[in-house]
Design a protein around this ligand. Structure first.
Ligand code: NAP
Length: 302
């Protein structure tokens, strides 16, 4: 027997939780289903541009959003959604341990880390190769590590790693850090433990059972026991696609100004959409818009 809700939100990151906060304040019976509480921003060491906090860790910010949503009566479910199918009264949201009937659905499934695409990357994952500095930095106390990438994720990961490792190389294929926020880049440049290695990238991972070194395309070898891959993200949009939602050429969900997808009653918000700026504040705004439109639609259909 399915549990009934007004709105089912898939994804418990900034977009999903903000949508839930708005929906709950519209007095809609709301459930958030998530595989990662707080979403990928919990893997960010510092957030310095979310209004009202000078600096806050991703984890702390999301704990507060989750507490806010829970305090308003939102039900949070740890679970995985396998299918979303249309029913007469809305949607059936199903997963291995989920059976939910809801009038409307908001997809806020975010993004996942991209792999570097170098040979033996999968084999050495968890044996020196990592995709989450905040999860793994403390394992590299006193060691030498490298970060690859040049965006905010790479720069903030290098800053975090410098608190544990003795030496942090940041390997970036350009000649300067034009992509990352200047505030983080300034901190990077002032940090004596961090050495930028520019105009190159990684050609080979060295090490039998665990990472021992990385070879670069410029011929240099860096002896490191840790490599943190921060080369961007790709959208978690398979569920959307399988639910009939239209995606753009990079697999991001296409939405209109009210965060509607092409499937009536199915909305999308946050990093999984084809918005122009992947930032927490944008994800929150899209979550608010989606919940508001969903509320208007539900009210109009009564
Ligand atoms: P991103 O901005 O897309 O940066 C990805 C980086 O990886 C780029 O520098 C790119 O190089 C490099 N790259 C891509 N493929 C590569 C390859 N095959 N080999 C080597 N390098 C490669 O991704 P992100 O840093 O994860 O940030 C995503 C979004 O989240 C951004 O909006 C960012 O501001 C936000 N964010 C914010 C924070 C924060 O403020 N605390 C933290 C994390 C993320 P090119 O520069 O040459 O393209």
């Amino acid at each position: 027997m399915a549990e009934n809700y007004d709105i089912a939100i898939v994804g418990g990151g900034p977009a999903g939780l903000t949508a839930a906060i708005y929906a709950a304040r519209y007095k809609l019976n709301t459930v958030v289903i998530t595989t990662q509480r707080g979403g990928m921003i919990t893997e960010s060491f510092k957030v310095g541009n979310f209004p009202s906090y000078d600096e806050i860790t991703g984890t702390e910010l999301m704990k507060r959003m989750e507490a806010h949503a829970s305090g308003l009566g939102v039900k949070l479910v740890d679970g995985y959604v396998e299918t979303i199918s249309k029913t007469e009264s809305g949607f059936l949201v199903k997963g291995p341990s989920l059976d939910i009937q809801s009038k409307e659905v908001i997809l806020a499934t975010g993004q996942k880390k991209r792999k570097l695409g170098v040979e033996r990357e999968d084999e050495l994952a968890g044996k020196g190769v990592s995709y989450c500095a905040i999860c793994d930095a403390a394992f590299f106390r006193g060691e030498k590590v490298a970060v690859v990438g040049g965006g905010d994720s790479a720069v903030t990961s290098a800053l975090l790693l410098s608190q544990f490792a003795d030496k942090v190389y940041i390997v970036y294929r350009r000649d300067k850090f034009f992509r990352a926020e200047p505030t983080w880049v300034e901190q990077l440049k002032k940090n004596s433990k961090i050495e930028p290695v520019l105009n190159t990238t990684i050609s080979k991972l060295v090490g039998e059972n665990a990472l021992e070194a990385i070879e670069l395309t410029n011929g240099r070898t860096l002896e490191v026991t840790g490599l943190f891959v921060e080369v961007g993200e790709k959208p978690n949009s398979t569920l959307a696609k399988e639910s009939g939602v239209a995606l753009d050429e990079h697999d991001y969900i296409i939405t209109d100004d009210e965060q509607r997808t092409n499937v009536p009653g199915l909305f999308a918000a946050g990093d999984v959409t084809n918005n122009k700026l992947k930032q927490v504040v944008v994800a929150c705004a899209e979550g608010a818009i989606a919940a508001t439109q969903a509320y208007k639609d539900i009210s109009a259909s009564k």
